[in-house]
Design a protein around this ligand. Structure first.
Ligand SMILES: C[S@@+](CC[C@H](N)C(=O)[O-])C[C@H]1O[C@@H](n2cnc3c(N)ncnc32)[C@H](O)[C@@H]1O
Length: 316
């Protein structure tokens, strides 16, 4: 499909237009990046983003927020990321030493966590890598929909993945969301309340996944961007393995060289993630990686630029 010229999209996509206008007023750097992202999208993809954004704006309004708050939250997240990036460039390690610190400084700070998750939600509409991973997740849900009767999400955060699964799986599917942050659970609950009419059976649990011991196994588990948040990701993958049904699938995403205010475990190469998944008893059915800059791969690796990674896996 032919791509759309950025100069002509604004009147046709009022949600994107309003968000872009607010963002561009505050950040010239983001103008360049976001224009480049949007102008690479087909009319169909832009319509998809517009629809998502429209729904998301509805959620924000229901919770007493607006797109201006979301844009500010997004820019705050970028400033925090830049600060972490500078630390990483100087010291070669992530600024947060362990998961306890991430909990104390971020997950348990309601105002900080709320802004962070709302900012992260916007990145699903603004970053090539997050946009692509969300699409891959949607496609995995679509492929396996018929066999999913029990759906678990670990660390739903902003709630957009959980919401999509609930909207697209059979109404007799049972849904569980587990997150260590009460704020993330409140956001996810809010998304479901405002966007899903007649939601199917579901439960929201504020818990560390390491303390979650259900009696059942799950047909599909989503664990988006949680692996890098724990001190021992291998132990977390072991837990994921134990929670997954024999014929189940899991969608897992994480990242390489990606310092952030709550990232603890530093994956140095994509191969390290694939090898860990295999070592923990998974077969990788598909995997994808997305460097966040448009540079040759050797440069991405040499400059230690962030690479987003996702995979759909099943049990060995
Ligand atoms: C970056 S957000 C991920 C949001 C979303 N899943 C995505 O892929 O964009 C990470 C989430 O994982 C949660 N989390 C971190 N460690 C956890 C743990 N040990 N148990 C449960 N949730 C955890 C955080 O509270 C946060 O909501």
């Amino acid at each position: 499909m032919e791509n759309v010229n950025m100069n002509t999209i604004l009147p046709e996509y009022p949600g994107i237009s309003s968000m872009a206008e607010k963002l561009f007023k505050k950040s010239a750097f983001q103008k360049k990046k976001v224009e480049s992202f949007l102008s690479s999208k087909s009319a169909g993809q832009l319509q998809h983003i517009e629809t998502l954004l429209h729904k998301y704006t509805g959620y924000l309004a229901a919770e007493g927020m607006d797109i201006g708050y979301a844009v500010d939250a997004y820019l705050k997240m970028l400033t925090d990321m830049m600060r972490c990036q500078i630390y990483f460039a100087k010291k070669g390690v992530y600024p947060v030493a362990d998961a306890v610190l991430a909990f104390d400084e971020v997950y348990s700070d309601a105002a900080r966590m709320k802004a962070y998750m709302i900012g992260l939600a916007l990145s699903q509409f603004l970053w090539e890598s997050h946009f692509n991973m969300y699409q891959i997740f949607q496609s995995a849900i679509n492929t396996h929909a018929k066999q999913i009767k029990k759906y678990l999400e670990i660390g739903p955060g902003h709630g957009l993945y959980f919401q999509h699964a609930m909207m697209h799986l059979d109404t007799d599917t049972e849904f569980t969301a587990v997150d260590i942050s009460e704020t993330s659970i409140n956001i996810t609950r809010g998304i479901i309340e405002s966007l899903v009419e007649n939601p199917p059976k579901h439960e929201f649990l504020v818990a560390d996944i390491f303390n979650f011991n259900p009696a059942v196994k799950y047909d599909f588990i989503t664990m988006g961007e949680v692996l890098e948040h724990v001190t021992n990701p291998e132990e977390l993958l072991g837990r994921l393995q134990g929670l997954l049904a024999g014929s189940g699938r899991a969608f897992v995403s994480t990242c390489v060289n990606c310092p952030a205010i709550d990232h603890v475990y530093h994956f140095k190469h994509v191969e390290e993630i694939s090898a860990m998944l295999v070592r923990c008893g998974f077969i990788i059915e598909e995997e994808h990686f997305f460097p966040v800059e448009n540079l040759p791969l050797e440069e991405i690796i040499r400059q230690r630029i962030t690479i987003n990674y996702c995979a759909v896996v099943k049990k060995l």
